[in-house]
Design a protein around this ligand. Structure first.
Ligand SMILES: Cc1cc2nc3c(=O)[nH]c(=O)nc-3n(C[C@H](O)[C@H](O)[C@H](O)COP(=O)(O)OP(=O)(O)OC[C@H]3O[C@@H](n4cnc5c(N)ncnc54)[C@H](O)[C@@H]3O)c2cc1C
Length: 440
């Protein structure tokens, strides 16, 4: 048994950020069961052969260099009164302050056949190894369920390996939490052109096979031959071992205030295991992204060093790559925004460089604007070049409450390789369009 001033349960981005930001200013133990912390975001690119598998493994020194003890174990029980944590290996650790950063696990839907060989989710090192083994064993037909960013990236990687790949989603468009249908349309077309079979507006209701998977069945009773199915349909917080405790937990995770404090004194939580609100609507919204986990970790680390920072909520800026397109979105989609606000939308469409440059590619941006106060509520972008910087610019606009009139004065830069002509900027042009609509 050992007593830690600060015990962190979880070795993902939230736990690592806490450890790195607090360093040896406190006596830290960080616990995680797996051999390696992983760069999950890069896993699809290992399957695609872009990266060797080892590149996705973080070294332990990322936390041990900070002076923290790495405890390779699984917490199975916490006694919040006595301030002790029991582990799967039968050890016990005491703490002065405890941080729960246990992340989230992929959801396997409650349908018949999930026990069959060849039914998988995609998060851990084990998952990655199994998928690589299956791919190397010469699998011919694969289905990916869930056309969010993870599903789309995985489907492209499998397709790239020459495997017949089906991508299935119950929503009518791809990336439904990131993009509105008219922006998603080009991504959908691109997936089809890549050779991926898209089944949208279709729900998987059963998995068929004797001991190994043979087919997935859709709600229209169509059966799609598949030896492997990977579900990428969402994440559930990793909090089962805390269910019978006094810790307040809601459907999407542990309840915390903006200081990341739970209802129990000296117990905090951060990352995917936490339920939190949108920074725009103040309503509960899912935000299971590494960028959110890291931001929560930073706020909490500052507060554990006597700071007084507050976490501002989820804006969910995110991006992915679909064939030749880079796409991203932030804030509220048009659909979500329209449920709460009266809105207008505006688009601008230019080139990624001066159009006279031979490599200039198309880029399109969409803004969603609140009619009442003319604030930007969200935005999306599709481009032939990387978009995260542009997504982040829209997030700043949303997060700091800028309205479209202020955007008209935005002082941007221009250069032949990197932007459209000086006369126009994507964000300003979309703001002009929005102002026109608002004033008409
Ligand atoms: C394939 C894939 C691609 C992704 N791509 C992106 C992307 O491009 N951009 C982005 O922002 N996000 C992406 N994400 C999401 C991102 O990885 C997560 O949001 C992020 O990992 C959450 O960090 P976390 O520290 O809260 O939890 P996790 O990373 O899940 O870490 C939780 C840790 O807690 C440990 N743990 C759990 N239970 C216990 C226990 N009882 N005792 C001890 N330890 C425990 C786990 O083993 C793990 O070490 C992706 C996720 C996946 C799976």
């Amino acid at each position: 048994m050992k007593n830690y001033d600060l015990l962190i349960i979880g070795g993902g981005p939230a736990g690592i950020t806490l450890t790195k930001n607090i360093k040896n200013k406190r006596d830290i133990g960080i616990m995680r069961p797996e051999d390696h912390s992983m760069i999950y975001c890069a896993m699809p690119y290992v399957i695609e052969d872009l990266l060797p598998y080892e590149k996705t493994l973080k070294t332990d020194s990322i936390v041990t260099d900070t002076g923290a003890d790495l405890i390779r174990d699984l917490a199975v029980d916490i006694n919040f009164e006595n301030k002790t944590v029991k582990t799967a290996k039968g050890d016990q650790y005491d703490y002065n302050e405890l941080i729960i950063a246990t992340g989230a696990d992929p959801i396997l839907p409650p349908i018949a056949g999930t026990e069959l060989d060849g039914v998988m989710t995609f998060k851990s090192e084990d998952d990655l190894k199994k998928i690589l083994d299956t791919v190397n064993s010469g699998v011919e037909n694969v289905s990916v369920v869930g056309a969010g960013a993870i599903g789309i990236e995985l489907a492209q990687a499998l397709n790239e390996k020459g495997i017949k790949t089906n991508l299935i989603d119950m929503m009518p468009t791809v990336l439904p939490n990131m993009l509105d249908p008219e922006i998603a349309e080009a991504a959908e077309k691109e997936l089809k052109e890549l050779g991926i079979n898209l089944y949208l507006d279709q729900r998987v209701v059963e998995l068929k096979g004797d001991s190994a998977l043979e087919a997935v069945m859709l709600d229209n009773e169509e059966e799609i031959a598949s030896e492997l199915v990977v579900f990428a349909v969402g994440m559930k917080p990793n909090v089962d071992f805390l269910k019978d405790s006094d810790l307040e937990i809601a459907a999407d995770g542990i309840l915390v205030n903006d200081k990341m404090e739970t209802n129990i004194e000296d117990v905090y939580a951060a990352g995917d295991c936490v339920q939190f609100e949108s920074g725009i609507t103040d309503e509960v919204i899912s935000g299971k992204l590494a960028t959110n986990a890291v931001a929560m970790g930073r706020v909490l680390a500052a507060n554990l060093l006597d700071g007084n920072r507050s976490y501002k909520g989820f804006y969910n800026g995110a991006a992915t790559k679909v064939g030749k397109f880079y796409v991203g979105g932030t804030g509220l989609t048009e659909k979500l925004a329209a449920e709460k606000y009266e809105i207008v939308t505006a688009q601008s469409e230019f080139k990624t460089a001066f159009p006279i440059m031979p490599f200039a590619k198309d880029v399109k941006l969409k803004l969603i604007v609140n009619k009442a106060d003319r604030r930007v509520l969200g935005g999306q972008i599709i481009s032939g070049e990387p978009v995260t910087d542009k997504v982040d610019k829209i997030t700043m606009t949303v997060q700091y409450g800028l309205n479209v009139d202020q955007l008209l004065d935005f002082n941007y830069s221009a250069q032949p390789y990197q932007s459209f002509y000086p006369a126009h900027n994507l964000l300003v042009k979309a703001a002009e369009e929005a102002v026109k609509k608002l004033d008409s």
